[in-house]
Design a binder for this molecule. Structure first.
Ligand code: ADP
Length: 304
């Protein structure tokens, strides 16, 4: 399936030959049977990624990464991935997504629904920081893109897409015919979120999606995301280096070390039950942010 990145010719590498394995790929999108205890929705076992492995430019970005996120079918979970720039957060996300050149990893196992990841799939939706949309498509056609690829009729996909345009806080009447260059950064990111979530992925991978937004828009988008996540009951992996954002959005937070990134600590944090702006003003929230910021600093300093 072509992506805006393909169109812009920038982000993605050619498809990995592994992606041509239809049987293995089919396993990943297979829903777990209703009565069995489901395997973890995502599991990393001793994962390492060395770029340019075997050459004199070899660089190990992540090393010995281990975690297991349970498949909570009726709620999903919000997993924050927190760590300094360059510690391998995007690498982790793109290994789950099956996107080259981060995929494939060089050691260990990356499992989704208990199956090795072999390629990207509709069960995993990705939202990047740079609002990826097709510049030559309207908002409506951008949001409808995934459904179009699935072969849905124009009338059906437009109806569902207009619903999603509304769900992400845009106006289906006023905004549907606009092109990306006519939208603000926040609006573009709303389109990108709708474009990804319309396919109802069970796993949502978000790579610093609000990093380029101003603080007020950012808080609004955080609230929007919490609402959509509750509705979709998906498991969200959310990369950020912003401690308040991780604390507000996360159920659990994986704190990563500097490069080569590995998990230094796993924390459980209270669920967001009030709007971001309100929660972030509260002393208990600020104390937690301060504490986690302190733990991150300490862990960084204490590493040899
Ligand atoms: P983060 O998302 O935490 O900022 P990344 O996962 O993007 O970190 O990158 C981790 C490290 O791997 C960085 O040092 C980065 O320069 C390096 N890296 C990322 N992609 C590549 C690549 N394709 N080739 C070589 N090094 C890479």
């Amino acid at each position: 399936m072509p992506t805006p990145e393909d169109e812009q010719g920038s982000l993605e590498e050619p498809p990995n030959p592994l992606s041509e394995t239809p049987a293995a790929a089919a396993d990943i999108s297979k829903p777990p049977s209703a009565d069995a205890d489901p395997p973890p929705i995502v599991e990393f076992i001793g994962v390492e990624k060395t770029y340019a492995a075997g050459t004199d430019k070899a660089f190990t970005a992540i090393s010995d990464v281990n975690f297991s996120v349970p498949d909570l079918r009726n709620t999903g979970e919000f997993v924050g991935i927190l760590g300094p720039s360059g510690c391998g957060k995007s690498t982790i996300l793109r290994l789950i997504a099956g996107l080259a050149p981060q995929f494939p990893h060089t050691k260990g196992q990356v499992l989704v629904h208990g199956q090795p990841v072999t390629k990207p799939g509709p069960d995993r939706g990705m939202v990047f920081q740079d609002y990826t949309s097709f510049s030559n498509r309207t908002v409506l056609d951008n949001v409808a893109f995934g459904l179009e690829c699935q072969g849905m009729s124009k009338a059906d996909r437009y109806e569902i897409s207009r619903e999603w345009i509304g769900k992400v806080g845009l106006d289906p009447d006023a905004d549907s015919d606009k092109y990306p260059h006519q939208l603000s950064g926040g609006m573009k990111q709303r389109v990108a979120i709708a474009r990804s979530l319309i396919l109802k992925p069970r796993i949502i991978l978000m790579d610093e999606p609000f990093g380029a937004l101003d603080p007020v828009t950012r808080q609004r988008m955080q609230d929007l995301l919490v609402g959509l996540w509750r509705e979709l009951e998906a498991t969200v992996f959310f990369v950020t280096h912003d401690v308040p954002e991780a604390v507000y959005l996360g159920d659990r937070i994986y704190m990563f070390s500097n490069s080569p990134g590995t998990i230094l600590r796993e924390l459980e944090v209270p669920l967001p039950d009030r709007p971001s702006r309100q929660m972030q003003r509260e002393t208990s929230f600020q104390d937690l942010v301060y504490e986690i910021g302190g733990v991150l600093d300490e862990l960084e300093e204490g590493r040899d």
